[in-house]
Design a protein around this ligand. Structure first.
Ligand code: GAL
Length: 807
């Protein structure tokens, strides 16, 4: 029999490529956050935008014209930045009557500010000649927004989303003997939201290298079914052959426990792939006596899929996953592993004091830990896909996540964004539900809204049949539109509509997607319309919202209500409700921009956590107010509390569940003490009139920094009197300096009307205390000698802090 010459050719080709496997390295994923060059462009003047739009760069492949896209463009005068980078946070505040400028925190970014809304980034990197023959790509985890990307003068593509990232294949155009030049034009002219969004490459960037016969991006999907005494773990792995020839190999999946011990493994399933073929290989493995992922013990396993050819490993990808069940029903709300879990949740935007939306990974975990300490069980990523690191923090600390896409929109751009979100996040055990949108008032009660929701829900079920979705609706007892088809009815405010809605639609689970929303300013006890402050008590709220004590009892007392998400966990830039300029950030937070607790924190902690909580407010420094009436609040979960002023009892009161206690006290300096009894256990809180500030106190979130160049530490700053007591009303200006391989990356104090710079790039790093506190964030470098931080203030004794370095 005669063989076709084509078959022969294919066999030869297969052999040639197979030989290459013997030497192929496994995949690598290299972070390329360091040493980017940055320069502003201009949205209205092409000559200030490096000729972009007047140079006809689209006419030929690789033609970059006389623009900064050209690989040989000289960028030595540009600023060097480390990612994540948010250029908006370093801009000054500008007073503007424009409502979107206000909503974005009065930063000069957007259509009115063409000179500070375009950012150009350039990054050079090398690739070893020995890596030739592999495939390469770059992944941007998130760029705000509308990023156009080129490599070596070649156009790679465009991602309009400011939140969900994108990967570009660069295999055919990388250089092996010369630098590769990656150029990104970021256009933040058009807003996506109505809150501070930042601007720039504010998430990580990765250089990926892998073989042409490989596992695709987000190509593993792990689902679990728990039986009696074991769990069936199904791992679907999408493998692709991008060789110009068919290929044969095997795919195997291995599961390891938290300590790295292999607990299950499949056989090596033989499979052959045609040219450019992409297929799913599924293994179902049994894990005996599995440790379940839960909020108290967020246990994770690792599934690794391994691709082999000619007996050699040529690709492997690992994902962490949890074995757990989540059920949601209209009777019991949310159950994790069969046990009810109330959604004691918070909404959060993505920014933090000092750093804007460019958070070091450490800070993501820091914020989740603060929320967890308060007793929060859930986090809603309002109103956009979060960073991957936020989900990692929630997975590893035990926090449920309601993962939200940016828009309720089934057009190709937005359904694609939603699909990318699900594909990226569906292995995270913390994600318990998807949100298909928020307050889409133009459509949500219409037939169009309903049809959009049906399309999005179908997409969600296609890509993730293990979860369900909600939608955050700011309508009361309204069913028509999205609510007719949404599996879980979300309420934004409209608390009075919840019980009637449940009576009418008893088979639809209900969750509070935005609840409460008391506006408070930390450490302030009277309304101040000049400086734009509201009292730090659960009393003031916008017309659409409620106090904590109005919504939480409803959620707590009805098992059918899944619970809800407070608007918001932390203050965030923008939306300066109920004021405007000079107010530049919101007041909704349970904690301020720095994560310092306001008094309402202790309300939630009392009723959300298992801890013994007793908290007294206000402070007791009211010089000049002797003999005046002061409202003293006690937040506690004690059964009863007795208050003492200078050891004299002011009476004992019984605590009504889900409320607080209050005394009207005539001010006398000294000590105010609350003594509570919780199931017979005595718990106390005390505030004292302090002396003047004497010395600065630095309280770091940890005592050492990794020398990986990315680690960070949060340093909280207060001043104490001669007796070591924090002075709660101190307003001193603190100046920071630093020695060692580290840098300051942001300062803040939680004052919603402060226009001090968050980043003191050109001068001394400094910040005023706001009601006794401020914060500085330090990012480590690559040294091993440790870091010394000094804080000084006029008339006070300075403070020094040493941080160790470690690998
Ligand atoms: C909601 C909205 C949030 C935020 C909040 C302020 O209507 O969903 O994003 O704007 O109001 O109260």
């Amino acid at each position: 029999m005669k063989r076709s010459p084509f078959i022969l050719l294919a066999l030869v080709a297969l052999c040639v490529f197979s030989a290459e496997y013997l030497f192929a390295q496994e995949r690598s994923r290299t972070n390329i956050d360091d040493d980017w060059k940055f320069h502003f462009g201009n949205a209205s003047d092409p000559s200030k935008d490096f000729n972009y739009r007047i140079a006809n760069i689209m006419k030929k492949t690789g033609n970059a014209g006389r623009t900064c896209i050209a690989p040989d463009f000289v960028d030595s005068l540009w600023t060097t930045v480390q990612l994540p980078h948010d250029w908006a946070v370093a801009l000054p505040f500008v007073q503007s009557p424009n409502e979107d400028v206000m909503a974005h925190g009065y930063k000069p970014v957007g259509g009115l500010f063409p000179e500070s809304s375009i950012g150009w980034y350039r990054k050079k990197f090398m690739i070893q000649p020995s890596d030739s023959g592999q495939r390469f790509s770059v992944t941007f985890d998130g760029v705000y927004r509308d990023a156009v990307v080129w490599l070596n003068g070649h156009y790679l593509g465009n991602n309009t989303s400011g939140y969900i990232g994108k990967t570009y294949d660069i295999t055919d155009i990388v250089n092996f003997n010369a630098p590769n030049v990656l150029v990104v034009r970021v256009d933040a002219t058009q807003y996506e939201g109505w809150f501070y969004e930042g601007a720039g490459i504010y998430r990580h960037v990765w250089l990926n290298r892998h073989h042409s016969f490989h596992i695709v991006e987000n190509g593993m999907f792990v689902t679990t079914v728990i039986g009696s005494g074991d769990a069936a773990v199904k791992v679907a792995t999408v493998v692709e052959n991008q060789l110009p020839t068919p290929v044969a190999g095997t795919v195997q999946t291995v599961i390891a426990d938290r300590e790295g011990r292999v607990v299950a493994q499949s056989s090596e399933a033989p499979c052959s792939f045609g040219m450019n073929e992409r297929r799913t290989v599924t293994h179902t493995l049994t894990v005996l006596r599995p440790s379940l992922w839960s909020l108290d013990d967020p246990y994770r396993y690792r599934a690794e899929s391994i691709v082999r050819a000619n007996g050699k490993i040529i690709d492997r990808v690992g994902v962490r996953f949890g074995i757990r069940t989540i059920t949601i029903d209209a009777l019991n709300g949310v159950m994790v592993n069969g046990r009810p879990v109330k959604i004691q949740g918070v909404n959060c935007h993505q920014d933090h004091a000092g750093v804007g939306s460019a958070l070091p990974d450490y800070l993501q975990g820091y914020r989740i830990r603060l929320l967890k300490d308060m007793g929060a069980t859930a986090y809603r990523t309002s109103h956009n896909p979060p960073t991957p690191e936020l989900l990692d923090a929630c997975d590893s600390l035990g926090m449920l996540v309601l993962d939200e896409t940016r828009l309720l929109n089934s057009g190709s751009e937005y359904i694609d964004q939603f699909a990318r979100l699900i594909m990226r996040d569906r292995n995270h055990p913390s994600v318990f539900m998807w949100s298909i949108g928020n307050e889409e008032g133009y459509v949500h009660t219409t037939s169009a809204g309903k049809r959009i929701a049906i399309t999005m829900l179908a997409k969600q079920r296609e890509l993730d049949p293990t979860r369900t979705s909600t939608y955050a609706a700011d309508v009361a007892n309204v069913f028509q539109g999205v609510n007719e088809v949404i599996p879980v009815r979300g309420f934004n405010y409209r608390v009075n509509g919840i019980v009637p809605y449940h009576a009418d639609h008893g088979d639809q689970p209900i969750i509070g997607t935005e609840m409460g929303s008391t506006v408070t300013t930390r450490g302030i006890y009277e309304t101040d319309t000049i400086r734009c402050y509201v009292p730090d008590q659960d009393i003031t709220f916008p017309w659409w919202a409620n106090r904590a004590e109005d919504w939480w009892p409803l959620a707590a007392e009805h098992p059918w209500m899944m619970g809800g998400f407070v608007w918001t966990g932390f203050d965030y830039r923008g939306e300066p409700t109920p004021y405007q300029w000079p107010n530049i950030n919101s007041h909704f937070g349970i904690m301020d921009m720095c994560g310092f607790p306001k008094n309402i924190y202790y309300y939630y902690q009392s009723w959300w956590s298992q801890d013994d909580v007793i908290h007294l407010s206000p402070h007791w420094n009211w010089k000049g107010a002797e003999g005046k009436h002061i409202d003293v609040w006690v937040n506690s979960n004690a059964d009863s509390v007795e208050l003492f002023l200078n050891a004299k009892s002011l009476g004992m009161k019984r605590m009504v569940r889900y409320s607080h206690l209050k005394w009207d006290v005539l001010y006398t300096p000294g000590a105010l003490e609350a003594v509570g009894y919780r199931s017979g256990k005595r718990i106390t809180a005390r505030v004292e009139t302090t002396g003047d500030p004497f010395v600065i106190r630095l309280t770091p979130s940890k005592v050492s920094l990794s020398n990986d160049g990315r680690d960070a530490v949060v340093i909280n700053v207060s001043v104490i009197d001669r007796e070591g007591r924090d002075v709660p009303d101190a307003q001193n200006e603190i100046v920071f300096s630093l020695r060692g391989a580290a840098k300051f990356i942001g300062v803040g104090n939680g004052d919603p009307s402060s226009h001090e710079p968050d980043q003191c790039v050109d001068g001394a790093w400094q910040r005023k205390l706001f009601n006794g506190r401020c914060q500085v964030i330090v990012q480590g470098g690559h040294g091993n000698e440790g870091v010394t931080i000094e804080a000084a203030a006029k008339g006070l004794n300075p403070a020094t802090l040493m941080l160790r370095s470690h690998n």
